[in-house]
Design a protein around this ligand. Structure first.
Ligand code: C2E
Ligand code: MG
Ligand code: MG
Ligand code: MG
Length: 282
């Protein structure tokens, strides 16, 4: 194959690399601008508690309203933000904004915030979270940090230490995208998470495979035994909901109940007897 790759195609490859590098560089500049220019916003997706028949939390989901490209998904800019370290100021903005918004919600409604491993490597994280709580007046137990298993790969000992110091602030800790990483079970033993969020990939298979139901059953039993709650991510239809309810999953999150909404829509979802609640109530 290499035989056919003459200098021409190598130069073409180099040019493509340059273009890619320039694109990244431009995107990095744009992202800096986004932070100072107010182009970041949060959407909120409800977690519906099945036993209580009400919304028990919202997850804050970051959006970037780019002046030319329009709404950019976090999947497309979080990796760059992590590589460049911009996730640190971005993450700080997210947690402060999330706490500020959630302060006016009823006491039983929590706010969940995604925290990147890169933020964990930054020694200022606990101070940032404490400040967000203090300036907003949000009680710490109403803030839930969502972390992923990838956090444990680099430096498990340091990770555990920072998780424990965050927990001492009184905030809750959830394990996000559960089941997609490596040797998940050892992490469950290492840290007493408040909640396990079962990844959407397991929910997708629920209707088509008995194995998927068995896995959900095992996860909810394990979580119960460890004193952890479970949330199913990406629930899109009533068939999945029925199985999850039957298997004792505590909360569901997904398009079937509600897509992520803007702050103003939160109140409607919280009002007792909203049309979404009526549809789910068993
Ligand atoms: P995640 O934390 O697992 O968030 C759930 C994602 O699934 C969200 O995508 C949500 O819109 C989507 N989702 C919810 N229900 C359904 C459903 O029923 N079907 C389908 N197909 N998707 C559903 P989103 O908002 O695009 O966020 C993607 C990821 O970006 C998040 O995954 C999280 O890892 C990351 N992210 C979002 N906001 C932040 C943030 O503020 N900080 C950091 N570090 N990461 C963030
Ligand atoms: Mg999450
Ligand atoms: Mg998730
Ligand atoms: Mg997920």
């Amino acid at each position: 194959r290499a035989k056919h790759d003459g200098h021409g195609s190598f130069r073409f490859f180099e040019a493509a690399m340059d273009a890619e590098a320039r694109k990244r560089r431009q995107m990095e500049l744009d992202l800096r601008e986004a932070i100072s220019g107010g182009q970041l916003s949060l959407m909120f997706q409800p977690l519906f508690n099945l036993a209580e028949s009400r919304v028990s939390a919202f997850e804050a989901l970051l959006r970037w309203n780019h002046p030319e490209r329009g709404l950019v998904s976090p999947v497309d800019f979080i990796p760059l933000a992590e590589d460049t370290g911009l996730i640190v100021p971005i993450g700080e903005w997210v947690v402060r904004e999330a706490c500020r918004v959630a302060r006016s919600w009823p006491d039983h409604v929590r706010i969940a915030v995604n925290v990147s491993p890169v933020q964990f490597r930054n020694p200022g994280l606990a101070a940032v979270i404490l400040q967000a709580l203090t300036e907003s007046g949000l009680p710490p137990h109403r803030l839930e940090l969502e972390i992923t298993e990838s956090l444990f790969i680099d430096n498990p000992a340091t990770t555990l230490a920072s998780l424990h110091s965050l927990r001492r602030l009184g905030v809750r800790v959830a394990l996000d995208d559960f089941g997609t990483g490596y040797s998940s079970l050892s992490y469950l033993r290492a840290f007493p998470f408040d909640k396990i969020k079962i990844d959407r990939s397991f929910i997708i298979d629920l209707m088509s495979s008995d194995g998927a139901t068995a896995i959900i059953k095992s996860i909810t039993m394990l979580a119960d035994a460890l004193g952890m709650e479970t949330t199913a991510e990406g629930v899109e239809d009533v068939g999945q909901l029925d199985i999850l309810r039957e298997q004792g999953c505590n909360q569901i999150q997904g398009f079937y109940f509600s897509k992520p909404v803007v702050e103003a829509e939160v109140q409607r979802l919280l009002s007792a007897g909203s049309r979404e609640e009526m549809r789910i109530a068993s």
